[in-house]
Design a protein around this ligand. Structure first.
Ligand code: NAP
Length: 481
């Protein structure tokens, strides 16, 4: 008897148990030696009063098995504070979210016959989805978009490694580096830095809004797309719609230690328990899991069986209409019955083991040889006009080490006046530059400046203006020289 690989199985909420049961039955019928550890997470756990939605026993199971196949988890309104899905992804640093999007036989869409077959590789733990947000004034919100060089190196290398494992020839990097030169720009720069290590793969950069346009216009041109967290969230849902919807969209959350496989879709509560939903997304997530675990033959057998089933016209209600679709359990039986058959028209990729990138674990991943502080941005809440605020700040701070260079409103310079018709609110960024000998800004100088500003104004945030190895570590505003 081969040793069985333990896998944590989370049935989840809504349609989750039906989808997960379909995947489990098919994987077992394909003869994969897995040992399931059934674990709980989601709505019922929230109802018991656990705010994370993930009990300790489930975390213990995943820590032990390091692999989970999960159904969708509801985030109930009124219970708990966090999404149990996000908790799981973040808890195990599953930094790569892989979402393959492939045309399916028998599933007619406006794109049928175009051969869509792409993989979205979305960074899964950084970016705006870190959820670090502040109300800086009663009417102005701020969200921090944190992007690290190390995080970008992990996801960029992962995308190339994933392409290599599937024998793909091109990787596109989709960013908004033209506008967000430091944050989105980091992914572009790192992508271009690591690309030469994968000489057989053609790298290209595409601005993310054009990526959305190209995905709708000519999706077949893409093989692998690597992108930041929020861009990836939007582009991958868009891509799923091109091939027939969420019922066919699998995903994997992969980290160095743990991998969690799940459909892109949610718990679709209105269909729960009705035996009508399409379990293919969870079954295909299981296929991704089998390849991750090295069961390549069985993964291919299941993929072929799905293709043969769809080709034979056995389709669920999301494709045919819920009054005409094959019930979930019969659809599952049909796939099991087709195990061992090969699709005559649809190919299954020859997949090689995925090599996870080895990244230096040093916390100070990028080391600067020289660094200098050249000024301070002070964010001020004020009902004054920019001209009034500028005059007041200059008067208050004229004998400090820093001088007011400019004030901006939502990124546009409003003082000294530029003639632009910018409508300011009560939120201003006031940029102070060290007058002489920049390089160091002791706390006494910062404290003196803030104390002077506080005599008349309310500040809520400061940011040091730094240079690393002679490169500016901050952006200039629209209109600033
Ligand atoms: P959803 O559950 O994905 O459902 C949206 C719609 O997609 C359904 O109404 C249905 O469309 C279609 N659909 C989704 N899965 C399907 C399947 N397997 N077969 C057939 N059709 C399917 O999105 P939601 O309604 O926004 O979210 C419901 C709950 O799920 C929320 O609590 C949300 O937080 C949670 N959620 C969890 C995850 C996760 O666990 N990873 C992901 C997303 C959402 P039609 O009505 O047009 O037939």
């Amino acid at each position: 008897m081969p040793t069985k690989t333990p896998v944590t199985l989370i049935p989840g909420d809504g349609i989750g148990p039906e989808c997960v049961e379909a995947a489990r039955r098919i994987i077992e019928a394909a003869g994969v030696p897995l040992e399931w550890e059934i674990a709980e997470a989601g709505a019922e756990v929230f109802k018991k009063g656990l705010p994370s939605g993930v009990p300790a026993e489930t975390m213990d199971s995943i820590a032990r098995t390091r692999v989970a196949l999960k159904g969708p988890l509801e985030t109930p309104v009124g219970f708990g504070e966090k999404s149990a899905n996000v908790t799981l992804r973040k808890l195990y640093e599953t930094y790569a979210n892989v979402r393959p999007v492939r045309e399916m036989p028998g599933v007619t869409t406006p794109y049928s016959g175009r051969g869509i077959d792409l993989v979205m590789v979305r960074e899964n733990v950084e970016d705006l989805y870190a959820g670090i947000e502040y109300m800086q004034t009663p009417g102005v919100a701020q969200a921090l978009k944190l992007i690290s060089d190390k995080g970008c190196e992990k996801i960029a290398r992962f995308a190339f490694e994933y392409a290599r494992s599937e024998g793909r020839t091109k990787v596109a990097c989709a960013t908004k580096a033209n506008i967000m030169k430091l944050s989105e720009g980091t992914l572009k720069r790192v992508f271009e830095r690591v690309a030469p290590d994968y000489p057989e793969i053609e790298p290209w950069h595409v601005i993310v809004d054009n990526a959305a346009h190209q995905l709708v216009k000519r999706p077949e041109q893409f093989e692998v797309i690597v992108t930041t967290n929020m861009n990836g969230d939007i582009l991958s849902d868009l891509s799923s719609a091109l091939i027939g919807g969420l019922g066919f969209a699998p995903s994997a959350n992969i980290g160095n230690d743990v991998a969690i496989f799940e459909a892109v879709h949610g718990s679709a509560p209105k269909y729960a328990g009705k035996n009508v939903i399409n379990p293919t997304a969870v079954i295909l997530s299981g296929v991704l899991m089998l390849r991750y675990l090295g069961h390549f033959e069985q993964a291919s057998a299941i993929e072929h069986a799905i293709f043969v089933t769809l080709e034979s016209g056995v389709l669920t209600g999301d494709v045919l209409g819920y009054d005409r679709g094959t019930p979930t359990t019969e659809y599952t039986d049909a796939i099991i019955g087709n195990l061992g058959k090969r699709s005559a028209t649809w190919t299954v990729r020859d997949v090689r083991p995925l090599q996870l990138p080895k990244i230096d674990p040093a916390p100070d991943y990028v080391k600067a040889t020289t660094r200098a502080v050249v000024g301070l941005d002070v964010f001020v809440e004020s009902p004054m006009t920019a001209a009034e605020l500028g005059a007041s700040l200059m008067e208050l701070t004229h004998d400090t080490r820093l001088s007011l260079k400019m004030i901006s409103s939502r990124g546009t310079k409003v003082f000294p006046p530029t003639g632009a018709l910018t409508e300011s609110g009560d939120h201003f960024r006031c940029r102070f530059i060290i007058k002489e000998a920049p390089g160091d800004l002791p706390d006494e100088d910062v404290n003196q400046l803030l104390a002077r500003i506080s005599r008349r104004h309310s500040w809520m945030h400061i940011e040091k203006l730094q240079e690393f190895d002679g490169e500016l570590g901050f952006t200039r505003d629209q209109g600033e020289n």
